[in-house]
Design a protein around this ligand. Structure first.
Ligand code: ZN
Ligand code: ZN
Length: 143
């Protein structure tokens, strides 16, 4: 089955899917890295952008690197792709009160921060009522 690629803007909550599509991953990556003022990403010149691979449904998400917003520790030159199932797990892990789970996903935090992942909830097919049930982070669940 063939794939196409869309750009996801995570400056918005929930993330916006830019309507233009690209036939190849490298074209979408190039569009994100070299945002032309007259191009399809003209409204997202300074936004935090990710790339989604769609094969009917969203199957993978890519952090194109190099455009992380200020304050993040590490940059990377090459694209990092992750499976949507993995992002759904991360979404749940970020909301868990279990410190072991939070620790387990911490190494992924450079690209897949709680704010990025939570803004992808619609794209990940997570129901809005689950998305609204966000823990406030100050209390631990009772056992
Ligand atoms: Zn934007
Ligand atoms: Zn990244």
């Amino acid at each position: 089955m063939s794939s196409d690629y869309h750009v996801l803007c995570v400056n918005h909550d929930p993330a916006i899917v830019v309507p233009d599509e690209w036939a190849h991953a490298y074209e979408a990556v190039e569009a994100v890295k070299d945002r032309r003022r007259d191009g399809p990403l003209r409204e997202h010149q300074r936004c935090d952008l990710l790339i989604g691979r769609y094969s009917a449904a969203l199957v993978e998400v890519c952090c194109p690197g190099g455009n992380h917003t200020a304050g993040r520790k590490r940059m990377h030159a090459n694209e990092q792709w992750v499976d949507v199932d993995w992002l759904r797990l991360l979404y749940v892990a970020h909301r868990s009160a279990d410190p072991l789970l939070a620790e387990a996903v911490e190494p992924l935090g450079d690209c897949w921060t709680p704010s990025r992942v939570s803004r992808l909830y619609l794209a990940l097919g997570i129901a809005p009522d689950q998305a609204e049930a966000r823990p406030d982070g100050t209390t631990q669940a009772a056992r």
